[in-house]
Write a protein of this length. Structure first.
Length: 456
């Protein structure tokens, strides 16, 4: 961990951009220097100098929704390979989901994942404990400073982690409210999905075309579950973050447009996949874009994009969920749901900046500031003096095309193959360490465990 200065870059932070330099000392942002204010050469004579001219300096990207598959599913992915992909994508911190094997529904399982991350993760990490119908004692025993919140599956995409008992749901929301933890919920109604699947199979056979996926995992299934979750949050006072929201109907039913910087009690995450694809893309990409909840109509995609700027969406995540390409074969019933996205999330969203969908300042709010605020991350998510030096440096007008050779995820494929990006991640800095420098990876250091203060 050296001392260095990043100079002459365009810093994007807290709603503005300006040319400036950052002084990093022992892994901490020690000073922010704006253009026109000189650097004391004598004071910093022992510091290395890195030129960021014509580059944008962002707070490190925080992906609060990933499935790195370890332990138990490491033929698809593991913490080492997927944190490597994160570094190439400018992601400095991630929250991993509990549906691994074993599931992260006990203290023993949580400790196992934490030890694996200390040994293997190149970027900063934390793990959601998962709620079940009967593990409320475990959830209430957690040290809140080491978890981002509680992950709740209110849909069947979960490997036996479905919480479908109303009494259990009430207890989970009450516990979260008491401990000031966010409930991050996957909202789809299982009974509606099962009934839709049965009906479509009767018409189309045992494995209907993937085009039927958004009909099976329908708007109604999402609405029913999201509205129930919102009702439970209001009833108990718990904070609710609805993961991977996928429909215009949910946005309109639950979220009012707002320009306020204050996060409401109920917030929504949009994923890169739902912002980029719609049901027309099944024709060319097939099951590669099959995910839960399903990618739906173009009007839903348009509403989600609009929600980025009008305040209905609070965070952007990836739901990074690698599968082997063999597991993605088949249709709506047999192909597995999920796709690897973490390496390409920031370049994708920067392309949307170029298209005028959102501003780069809003991108930083959605991908760094709001994740830090919402989950109470300590000392990260902003470019501030005294904060950890988690920094992402990107360069515009550096067009490149995604090929199989550049994919870092263990599964070796991406729905973004063949897509050209205008922006390139040049450097990824975690805790003052260059994990990626000029596009080249260093594995000399490891990321840190993220700490939380949920009372902030």
């Amino acid at each position: 961990m050296g001392n260095f200065i990043i100079q002459n870059g365009i810093i994007v932070n807290e709603g503005r951009q300006f040319v400036g330099s950052l002084v990093v000392t022992n892994g901490i942002i020690a000073k922010i220097i704006t253009e026109g204010n000189g650097i004391d050469a004598g004071k910093y004579s022992n510091y290395d100098i890195y030129d960021a001219k014509d580059c944008y300096i962002l707070p490190g990207i925080i992906d609060t929704h990933v499935h790195f598959r370890e332990p138990g599913l490491t033929h698809k992915a593991d913490i080492s390979t997927e944190s490597r992909a994160a570094a190439f994508g400018g992601v400095t911190s991630y929250f991993d989901m509990p549906n691994t094997n074993p599931q992260t529904t006990t203290l023993e399982a949580l400790r196992e994942k934490q030890e694996l991350a200390r040994e293997k993760s190149l970027v900063n990490w934390s793990f959601f404990p998962g709620a079940t119908n009967d593990n409320i004692e475990f959830l209430e025993s957690m040290d809140a400073s080491e978890i981002p919140g509680i992950k709740l599956f209110m849909g069947s995409s979960t490997g036996n982690m479905l919480v479908d008992k109303y009494g259990s749901l009430i207890k989970i929301f009450q516990s979260a409210a008491k401990n000031e933890l966010v409930v991050m919920a996957h909202c789809e109604d299982t009974e509606i999905i099962n009934a839709n699947m049965k009906k479509i199979k009767e018409q189309m056979g045992d494995d209907p075309d993937v085009m039927f996926h958004p009909i099976i995992r329908s708007e109604e299934a999402c609405m029913e579950s999201s509205c129930l979750a919102a009702s439970l949050a209001r009833q108990t006072g718990a904070r609710l973050h609805i993961a991977h929201i996928s429909t215009e109907a949910e946005l309109n039913a639950i979220f009012s447009p707002t320009l306020s910087d204050d996060l409401p009690q109920i917030t929504a995450e949009a994923t890169v996949a739902h912002l980029m694809f719609d049901n027309n893309d099944y024709r060319t990409l097939g099951a590669r874009i099959k995910c839960n909840p399903a990618i739906k109509k173009s009007s839903d995609k348009d509403a989600l994009r609009k929600g980025l700027m009008n305040g209905q969406i609070s965070t952007i995540g990836t739901d990074h969920a690698p599968h082997c390409i063999e597991e993605k074969q088949g249709g709506a019933a047999k192909a597995m749901s999920g796709m690897p996205m973490i390496q390409f999330s920031l370049p994708t969203m920067l392309n949307l900046v170029d298209e005028g969908v959102l501003t780069i300042e809003k991108l930083v709010t959605l991908m760094a500031h709001n994740p830090a605020k919402l989950f109470g991350i300590v000392g990260r998510g902003f470019i501030r003096e005294g904060y950890k030096a988690d920094i992402t440096i990107v360069k515009l007008q550096s067009p490149w095309t995604v090929t199989k050779d550049c994919i870092q995820s263990k599964c070796g494929w991406s729905p973004m193959e063949g897509r050209t990006f205008n922006w390139q991640v040049r450097d990824t800095i975690c805790n003052g360490n260059f994990v990626l420098r000029n596009g080249k990876l260093s594995e000399q250091t490891k990321g840190e465990q993220i700490k939380f203060n949920h009372n902030k």
